[in-house]
Design a protein around this ligand. Structure first.
Ligand code: NAI
Length: 385
């Protein structure tokens, strides 16, 4: 496959998620890193981009300069990743979609439902691809769970228990750490803290695996550190449109919990259990039968799982590899468009602007529900009711 040109906004030196994107895009050799506006400080961003091998005239000071610079180049970027703090996602993503440049936007896609509706509509109108980086959906065994549910192995899904709880924002002495602070600052993070930062991954995964979307939810938010205006802990119950009930807990003060993204799916004919910290094993318990441990890369998995598993069975899975699956999907879809052919259907399982939109609507509903004392609130975006 011909290599595609890739650019990045945000993800500067020392950022949390920038390196994961660079590793992920490099993994398969499908993308060349050609342009970047990597930092809130233009000089720092230019300097870092050039150190990463980007040519001087494509190491930009800010995203507007990058858009101007890239728009009219014959070798302009095919895909840009937006990995800046949340409040900037909307403006940047919209501008690149309008210019006909495909976007992989970090989650949460926007801060408000109105913005998310606009992004989804802009992607539809312009024909530009807008993906959202729910990167954990790239894990082979997560895709296998999706395939198992879709082919009916579990029967009707009754309950999903989803968690994303860590303890890395529990230290009150860390309040001024700039990497922590913006996540609880309304001006930079938006209307929700921990639910929008981590809980939304758990909800997306419940939806991705369960094949159902959130219809209504009830939420209880808490700020365990009193100086925080946004929540650092949330308990949310979600009624899905296919009848399943999701019980979701997310926290950033759960000391001792590491990257606690766990999911359990309980259906009429069996149950599944997967944890991101042990991503290579999936536990499957058919009703009235012993538990079976499925191994990533092992025999008997679905084509959806096999496509996403490229290191030998027994080797530990890595998060950048999950991200790389999103990039691989996008590369296939973009390249197929360039070639005028249909994309591989197995490449069409990346999270889209619609997933981003549903998530933003769920955040809005959760905030409204929490503020109203936990009342059941419609979680669907207005355009999808
Ligand atoms: P961070 O604070 O570690 O890094 C942010 C980077 O963006 C810094 O290099 C900063 O200089 C740069 N930046 C800020 N404003 C900018 C602008 N206007 N133009 C260009 N660069 C700018 O933040 P982190 O943790 O890397 O998060 C970034 C985004 O990624 C957030 O939206 C976050 O929710 C998301 N994220 C997603 C994860 C996932 O699993 N999908 C995991 C962690 C973060």
């Amino acid at each position: 496959m011909k290599r595609l040109n890739w650019g990045m906004i945000g993800g500067g030196e020392g950022s949390q998620i920038g390196p994961a994107h660079r590793i992920s895009t490099a993994l398969d050799g499908l993308f060349d890193f050609k342009a970047g506006a990597l930092d809130a400080y233009p000089g720092k961003g230019r300097d870092f981009a050039m150190r990463l091998g980007i040519a001087k005239d494509r190491a930009y000071g800010d995203w507007k300069e990058m858009l101007q610079g890239e728009m009219n180049r014959p070798d302009r970027i095919d895909l840009v990743t937006v990995a800046t703090p949340n409040s900037t996602h909307y403006e940047i993503t919209r501008a690149f979609l309008e210019a006909g440049i495909n976007v992989l936007c970090e989650k949460p896609m926007t801060v408000t439902v109105e913005e998310a509706e606009d992004i989804a509509a802009t992607a539809k109108r312009t024909g530009s691809i807008c993906a959202v980086n729910y990167g954990y959906s790239g894990y082979p065994l997560v895709r296998h769970m999706r395939a198992m549910v879709a082919r009916g192995d579990l029967g009707k899904v009754r309950l999903i228990k989803a968690e994303f709880s860590h303890g890395f924002h529990a230290d009150a002495a860390d309040a001024d750490n700039p990497r922590v602070r913006w996540r609880y600052d309304r001006a930079l993070a938006g209307i929700s803290g921990q639910f929008a930062d981590c809980g939304i991954h758990a909800l997306h995964m419940a939806s991705y695996v369960g094949g159902q979307d959130a219809r209504e939810l009830t939420a209880d938010f808490a700020s365990c550190l009193p100086q925080r205006t946004l929540e650092d802990d949330a308990m949310v119950s979600v009624r899905m449109d296919g009848g399943a009930l999701v019980r979701l807990w997310t926290s950033s003060v759960a000391v001792g919990s590491m990257h606690g993204l766990n999911i359990r799916v309980f259906g009429e004919k069996g149950g599944l259990r997967w944890a991101q910290q042990w991503p290579d094993q999936l536990y499957w318990t058919p009703l009235n039968s012993p538990t079976v441990r499925l191994e990533r890369g092992g025999p008997g998995l679905s084509p959806l799982a096999d496509r996403a598993s490229r290191i030998a069975v027994g080797h530990a899975e890595g998060m950048p590899i999950a991200f790389a699956n999103i990039y691989a999907d996008l590369a296939e879809v973009i390249q197929a468009r360039k070639d005028g052919r249909a994309p591989d259907p197995l490449a069409c399982h990346y999270p889209t602007a619609t997933d981003g939109l549903r998530s933003i609507a769920a955040i809005r509903a959760a905030v409204d529900s929490a503020e109203a004392g936990g009342t059941w609130t419609d979680a669907r975006p207005p355009s999808l009711r």
